[in-house]
Design a protein around this ligand. Structure first.
Ligand code: PLP
Length: 449
């Protein structure tokens, strides 16, 4: 006979009775109450322990409870916890200096927000004011946040319940060689056709009305889509030709995730605006922001920027950013993301692709990878249909459960496993996690024809 379920803890009971969490219903499947974490591991009240292959929401680049980061937050808390943004303070100005220092050349000024969505809202505002135009082009395969403008700018189905959104958003298809919208035969053709489609979209919308092209440098939640070489250069050229601002959304991939400070550094392209959040301080205290080109920032030399937030440049969050950037530098974590990707993750995932019929595609950059799971590797039918939920999504839920049961916390989206471990993960742990993925894929293989 099964042992009776233990009574829920006070934390579990309060959660169930009073909390509404992101993207969730509250009455079904309450989550485990997490009690602590260290490095790439975390554990719940019952002592169940997981290796984190998702860095929470792809933010925890330095792992849980990094002593230097905790100490910096504690020291700032003892000095000055909070401050209105019209004052200057050492933590905020030092964070801005360090961010400008690692940003692409010419991007030299930082506007701070509390997270990614607000960064996107402000970048759109800046692009509109700079160009005097209104329209913003964004990709169908994108996520930019959940506030009014950012969710409208997002392409993925999370936008649907918030529609109709504000006017002025126009969507296009970006490159995605595995499921090409352009019936391209290879990455080079995909690049060429995606750029031609973008140029056509600009022409049809009227370039004189387009303020910005907003895109994730490497598409995150919508598939870990690494653009083919030449695509971002092509977008930059189209923006230059038509006086359009290029906004690189680096909220998920900035600050080392892809093995460079910013993912766009891989292609040497300099956008006009960069949005960041997550990795800037590993999410220890909420922080995001926009990095502005000199040309866009200039407008506000003697005229007030018409936007702001009570907590813009929050000292605790910025002290955490200062420490986190120091950790990236001193521990060589940006380089480590690249090396782990090239020497461990890429070869191991390729092995999984060859071994498991359910693995249709493997792609990624640095410490950011995706496995696309299919029912049929020949016709590429996804393991679960687009926007599946409930019973339709069961194969992916079973796969995720198989990972969790074996002690791995996976990041499962649609028919994909995204792999984004903390950059501090021990190589041995990384290999063990990949071995768990290997074992769990047997569950997915059972659905293959
Ligand atoms: N932009 C991108 C690329 C993201 O991945 C996210 C969040 O995952 C956001 C924006 C929104 O960030 P936030 O959830 O901090 O508002």
């Amino acid at each position: 006979e099964a042992a009776p379920e233990p009574a829920p803890s006070p934390a579990a009971r309060s959660d169930r009775e009073h909390l509404l969490r992101s993207w969730s219903s509250y009455a079904d499947a309450p989550p485990a109450v997490i009690a602590g974490g260290e490095g790439a591991h975390f554990w719940d009240e019952q002592g169940r322990r997981w290796l984190d292959f998702s860095s929470q929401l792809v933010n925890l680049n330095v792992g849980h409870q990094h002593p230097r980061l905790v100490a910096a937050i504690r020291a700032q808390a003892e000095t000055l916890c909070t401050l209105a943004p019209y004052h200057a303070n050492a933590a905020t100005s030092e964070a801005a200096r360090l961010i400008a220092d690692v940003a692409p050349p010419g991007l030299n000024r930082v506007f701070f927000t509390n997270g990614g969505a607000e960064a996107v809202e402000n970048a759109i505002r800046m692009a509109r004011l700079h160009t005097g135009r209104h329209k913003v082009l964004t990709a169908y395969r994108s996520y930019h946040g959940a506030t009014a403008g950012a969710i409208a700018a997002s392409g993925d189905p999370r936008r649907w319940p918030s529609e109709p959104g504000p006017p002025g958003i126009v969507r296009f298809w970006g490159p995605y060689a595995y499921r090409s919208a352009f019936h391209a035969a290879d990455a080079a053709q995909e690049c060429e056709r995606a750029l031609a489609h973008l140029a056509d979209t600009i022409a049809a919308e009227g370039p004189q009305g387009i303020a910005a092209i907003l895109l994730e440098t490497v598409v995150g939640a919508n598939g870990v889509l690494v653009p083919p070489d030449g695509y971002l250069q092509g977008v930059r050229a189209l923006c230059d030709a038509h006086g359009i601002a290029m906004i690189a959304d680096e909220v998920m991939v900035g600050f080392g995730r892809c093995g460079q400070w910013f993912a766009i550094d891989h292609w040497g392209v300099v956008p006009d605006l960069i949005t960041f959040a997550k990795g800037v301080n590993a999410g220890y205290v909420p922080l995001g922001g926009v990095i502005l080109s000199e040309a866009i920032a200039e407008r506000y030399a003697h005229r007030a920027y018409p936007g702001g937030l009570t907590y813009s440049g929050h000292p605790l969050a910025c002290a955490a950013a200062v420490a986190c950037i120091g950790i990236y530098r001193d521990e060589g974590l940006i380089e480590r993301a690249r090396v782990l990707g090239e020497t461990v993750i890429a070869p191991e995932l390729e092995r999984l692709r060859l071994r498991h019929p359910s693995v249709g595609d493997v792609r990624g950059l640095g410490a950011f990878w995706g496995l696309e799971l299919v029912r049929n590797p020949v016709n590429r039918e996804p393991l679960v249909p687009f926007n599946a939920s409930g019973a339709e999504a069961a194969p992916m839920a079973e796969f995720a459960a198989a990972c969790k049961q074996r002690g791995l916390w996976p990041f499962v989206v649609a028919n994909r496993l995204h792999i984004a471990p903390p950059l501090v993960i021990a190589e041995q742990d990384l290999r063990e996690g990949l071995a768990i993925v290997d074992a769990a894929l047997d569950v997915a293989d059972r659905y293959c024809v």
